[in-house]
Design a protein around this ligand. Structure first.
Ligand code: NAD
Length: 271
């Protein structure tokens, strides 16, 4: 194995989009602990991104914060070029940035439909494209990893579970699923691995109303057979595995990290 005796991501360069909060911040921390150099993309929260980079550097790692709206082509390409300049290469992309703009379907504005598709789906396309271009043009480093590059899309259980009142969000995540699989098929012969993590309910700012009161949490737990809400660490551990050579034969797969949310919990007592 390329990394025997080393940390699983030792010496590899990673970009985590939306890395200043929630799931992205958890992945940033876990990647740094696994030996990666981490570029922390942010859109709004510069202070949080820079504080995380500062903590990693103070602990002897390498990290920097990089601003870009993932829905903007030029900003994404410039971000990946900046990472290549600072770290010399890019080995891992976690396309995590995402948002919700919820509304009943009849009331949903075109602007809210477009913004969710632009960030959650087109943003992942732009980041994946910039990363794949980089993977294919840079020098191969089999001493760092067996794969030439790795992409992890952060999708959602809503790539398969329909979600009334969130049609734009579910459509974006369903799109991510087939973008990920089609891309995985296309680049597997070049030894680039592409997978998704599909989280269930994870305790982050995006879904605060679903867990911040006891009553809301109790209602949420009826959807989770495993009986607890997910934490960012649950997703971060899966991301480290998918980015490492431990998962070298895994490509084109959605890894559900959801406490069983996709197991039709409503049927637990025979429906
Ligand atoms: P979060 O709101 O903490 O994180 C989303 C991040 O994306 C934020 O840092 C935000 O600033 C960033 N972002 C939004 N628009 C951006 C843009 N245009 N450019 C760059 N960054 C942008 O919430 P989270 O739960 O950590 O969400 C992370 C990902 O996980 C999202 O893709 C979300 O859909 C997905 N997800 C979350 C859950 C959950 O239960 N929390 C479940 C399934 C999927």
């Amino acid at each position: 194995m390329a990394n025997e005796g080393k940390l699983p991501l030792a010496g590899q360069s990673a970009l985590v989009t939306g890395g200043s909060s929630g799931i992205g911040a958890g992945i940033v921390e876990a990647f740094a602990a696994a030996g990666a150099m981490v570029a922390i993309n942010y859109h709004g929260s510069r202070d949080q991104a820079e504080a995380a980079a500062g903590r990693i550097e103070a602990a002897g790692g390498r990290a920097f914060a990089v601003k870009a709206d993932v829905a903007e082509e030029e900003a994404v390409d410039a971000m990946v070029a900046e990472i290549a300049r600072r770290f010399g290469r890019l080995d891992i992309l976690v396309a995590n940035a995402g948002l919700q703009k919820d509304a009943a379907f009849a009331e949903m504005t075109l602007a809210d439909w477009r913004r969710v598709i632009d960030v959650n789906l087109t943003g992942q396309f732009l980041c994946c494209r910039a990363a794949v271009r980089r993977f294919l043009e840079q020098e191969e480093r089999p001493d760092l990893s067996r794969a030439r590059g790795k992409v992890i899309c952060v999708s959602s259980v809503h790539e398969v579970i329909p979600w009334a009142g969130h049609v734009n969000y579910a459509a974006s995540k369903g799109g991510v699923m087939l973008m990920m699989k089609s891309l995985a098929q296309e680049v597997a012969p070049r030894r680039v691995r592409v997978n998704s993590i599909a989280p269930g309910a994870i305790r982050t700012p995006i879904n605060r109303p679903a867990w911040e009161t006891e009553e809301a949490l109790r209602k949420l737990l009826t959807l989770i057979p495993y009986g607890r809400i997910g934490e960012t660490e649950d997703v971060a551990k899966a991301a480290v595995w998918l980015a490492s050579d431990e998962s070298d034969y895994v490509t084109g797969t959605s890894l559900f990290v959801d406490g069983g949310m996709c197991l039709y919990p409503g049927f637990e007592n025979n429906g």
